[in-house]
Design a protein around this ligand. Structure first.
Ligand code: NDP
Length: 378
């Protein structure tokens, strides 16, 4: 079902009566930054199932996915996740008005009858799945399992910089990379693209877990990356960057957040025949379903993954895997503890007020992120 626009204003009259309309940045079509529109009459996403939690958004942050989704990336796949019946109708635009924004830090305002871990007034954080309405809005509603208590020592602005990259890094490193808190000490991990959102979080998580961390980044990010605890830093723009990496002791896990040609030169940096894993976050799944349709795209994606995985295990005994964001509130609970213990720090590069969401998109689109871009909503 599409998201209806609210034509009636009905503001809060008592704590139990929530307003029915809210402000949000929406898109009604895919395109460049001009499609972002500020709307004041969007229906508030109220609690509709017993396990849902409604959150008043205090801060949101942007991810490269927001730029891609604004342009229509993943539209076919995500539309199917939102509304399985839409697969019958190629022309419907039921996803509009679509709200982008994947991270939220805010306060619980309402809970379904079966919610056990949260009550109104709790300060929480979460990563909003891309198939749900996003956090560039006054309110967002999620299932309890996707939400977590916000770290106490962080402001909402700081907290909003973490959930999406944390859920992505944990899913990639744990599920695909086979690492965890108790198995990482003395493991050698290479992170490519270390200066962005995923990289700055992953470096700190892996150091907290006791791993040895090598990072590739631009020369001018080296100070930031070393400050986050990286053991070795290689400037990927240096002519001899691959030679420098090749001379190092081989790695147990590579987390690749750059993609492209990386897998061609990086696979040989892994320890052969010892369970080493190459995990890339840059996968063709959504590109394929956009360009070939759902069935063709999924078939092609499965075939590509199977052939790359087989080729690498047969030729060099290393596992080739894809990493994906996965919503996971309990995983954020663990991150929360590390942040309150000061073991992981937020890296907020830029902040924008809610009135300047298009400027925040512009900033992200320029690339060269050094941590995260956050939007203060409340
Ligand atoms: P960011 O935009 O925050 O960071 C990217 C970083 O990579 C920048 O700091 C950039 O800085 C650096 N960089 C660019 N080129 C290279 C290179 N060749 N070698 C080393 N560093 C480089 O992105 P995120 O960290 O949020 O995400 C990283 C990637 O992971 C994106 O492609 C994103 O789409 C993907 N992703 C995938 C997910 C999934 O579910 N599969 C989930 C989340 C993210 P500079 O250019 O100055 O060097």
């Amino acid at each position: 079902a599409g998201w209806s626009v609210c034509f009636r204003r009905n503001f809060i009259t008592s704590p139990s009566r929530l307003q029915s309309c809210m402000s949000a940045w929406v898109i009604d079509q895919y395109g460049t930054n001009g499609v972002l529109k500020f709307a004041e009459e969007i229906t508030v996403p109220t609690v509709n199932s017993p396990s849902e939690v409604m959150i008043k958004v205090h801060a949101a942050s942007l991810n490269p996915l927001d730029i891609s989704m604004r342009g229509g990336y993943g539209a076919k796949f995500l539309k199917l996740r939102r509304d399985p019946m839409s697969v019958m109708d190629n022309n419907n635009d039921s996803e509009f008005p679509l709200i982008l924004g994947r991270d939220v830090s805010g306060v619980v305002v309402d809970c379904g009858s079966e919610v056990t871990h949260f009550v109104p007034g709790d300060e929480v954080w979460a990563a909003v799945p891309p198939w749900k309405q996003g956090s560039l809005a006054e309110f967002v509603t999620l299932t309890e399992y996707e939400v977590s208590q916000k770290p106490k020592l962080l402001s909402h602005t700081e907290a909003a910089s973490i959930p999406y990259v944390a859920n992505t890094a944990l899913s990639a490193l744990v599920n695909a990379g086979g690492l965890c808190r108790d198995s990482s000490s003395n493991k050698r991990v290479l992170i490519t693209g270390g200066s962005g959102g995923v990289g700055t979080f992953s470096i700190q998580l892996l150091k907290a877990w006791g791993a040895h961390v090598t990072v590739t980044c631009s020369q001018n990010a080296e100070g930031l990356i070393r400050g986050l605890g990286a053991d070795e830093v290689v400037d990927y723009t240096a002519e001899d960057a691959h030679e420098q990496l090749g001379m190092m002791e081989k790695f147990d896990v590579i987390l690749d957040s750059v993609g492209g040609e990386t897998e061609h030169w990086a696979m040989g940096l892994l320890k052969p025949w010892s369970g080493a894993k190459y995990v890339t976050l840059v996968t063709p799944l959504l590109f394929n379903t956009d360009s070939m349709g759902l069935l063709g795209g999924m078939f092609q994606t499965g075939y590509t993954l199977h052939s790359k995985a087989t080729q690498n295990i047969v030729s060099s005994g290393v596992f080739y895997r894809w990493g994906f964001y996965a919503p996971d509130g309990p995983a954020l609970d663990e991150v929360s503890k590390l942040m309150d213990a000061g073991k992981i720090l937020p890296v907020v590069e830029a902040q924008f007020p809610f009135t300047q969401v298009p400027q925040a998109f512009q900033k992200l689109e320029q690339g060269h992120a050094r941590g995260k871009t956050v939007v203060r909503v409340a």
